[in-house]
Design a protein around this ligand. Sequence first.
Ligand code: ADP
Ligand code: ZN
Ligand code: MG
Length: 496
Amino acid sequence: MEYEPVIGLEIHVQLSTKSKMFCGCAADYQSAEPNTHVCPVCMALPGTLPVVNRQAVEDAMMIGLALNCQVASATKFDRKNYPYPDLMKGYQISQFDSPICITGWLDLQDENGEPVRVRINRVHMEEDVARLIHIAGPDGGPGHTLMDVNRAGTPLMEVVSEPDIRSAAQAEQYIETVQSIIRYLGVGTANMEEGSFRCDANVSVRPRGESKLGSKVEVKNMNRVKAVTRAIDYEVARQIKVIRDGGRIVQETRGWDDGQGATVPQRSKEEAHDYRYFPEPDIPPLKITSDMVQQVRSKLPELPAAKKARFQYQYGLSEYDSALLTSSRAMSDYFEAVGAAASGTSLDDRRAFAKETSNWLTGEMSRLLNEAQQDISSVRVKPAQMASLVETFRRRDLNNATAKAVFQEMYRTGQDPEVIIDAKGLTKVADTNSLGLVVEQVVSANKVAVADYVAGKETALRFLMGQVMKASRGQADPEITMRLLRERLEVLKASR
Ligand code: ADP
Ligand code: ZN
Ligand code: MG
């Protein structure tokens, strides 16, 4: 029998708001001295009252709208009770049965390029818990745990998908798409390694063709996208084996052990699964008017999928190039800023220019950014300078290798390409007059090779070509050189 994986993802997104979810403490917990961003409200001391962070509510609505959800006209908060060291209050303020956003969807592509729609069950608001840092003991002896409550009470959004994902690759695409949307919206950094974006995977299998869902296992503790895909693949294989061996899958929570490359049973705080939810008595339900929704909707930026489609039709770029260019908002903005600085007027001109710009940005620029672990938003090269380099290159005033060298210098120094070209004497080697002179010199200085060519030895052309490149210090345009050289030699051959 063949088995089909069924996957639903629960994603936690940290917001980049200034203050925490229900108090005025600064929400930035990474850079602060531990246990300094704390007040009676986020400690839930008796007599204090939480106040909802307006920005966080707007951000939640924005995330929901970007995921094609409906925003509820009324929403409330609930207490989720459980004892755990990272939750000194003994409860977390969350949303249980009336989340702020419901029933959305996200479109992906399966492995064959066919569309897959993953439905979104809900987006809800809650507060994060304290951060625990476990320190191992010496020689395997007992260790200890440090606690930082700066993170306790910071806004956390949970995005819950329906079980519509069918493979690890689709899960990866779903995660990366949600990350990209969060970053486009500018509401969070969506970084798994930093913990500002966390993902739990619910995994089950069922006989292919079966419509009933199998028992699911919830996998936690994955802090890289790669870990999520490995955990899903492992878990799917494990479950299929259990069933084939005559066993049954019991619903449980497992943890991903990256070193072992396996999911392991977890004795967890949620073993009991009785959170005794009840409505948060200290926060009145929120009413959300259609005006408020409209206002947030009007602030939505063009999202990655729409931008990608627009790049394809507006600039005639391939789907692949468009996807690369729109993978971050900063990169797509940079690309369009380069285009705005270009002088081309006809549609064909602008498209050819866009294609060339795309080559530079997805090629050399991305390579150098990667190498330097840098983001395009902090790059020294101004879009206008990039435009100027691309135009020079398109006029063939520079050959490939020289243009790359110029770009690398621009990247390092932020200088104009013209300044670098002048300083290094790199100008105009593609111009046929000066190249013609070099060809002439090479032809008269290499009589033997010329005679070989005239006698029919094609390989001599390669040698002569190399001589021209050398004489021009590598700056000659190879195509034009080849044409000039061949023309010159053919004349000699004909006049023999
Ligand atoms: P729970 O009550 O255990 O939290 P939910 O119904 O709230 O379960 O679903 C939590 C997540 O698990 C959702 O992302 C959902 O899509 C996913 N899920 C539910 N049932 C299954 C299943 N049988 N297989 C895989 N994922 C599932
Ligand atoms: Zn506080
Ligand atoms: Mg749930």
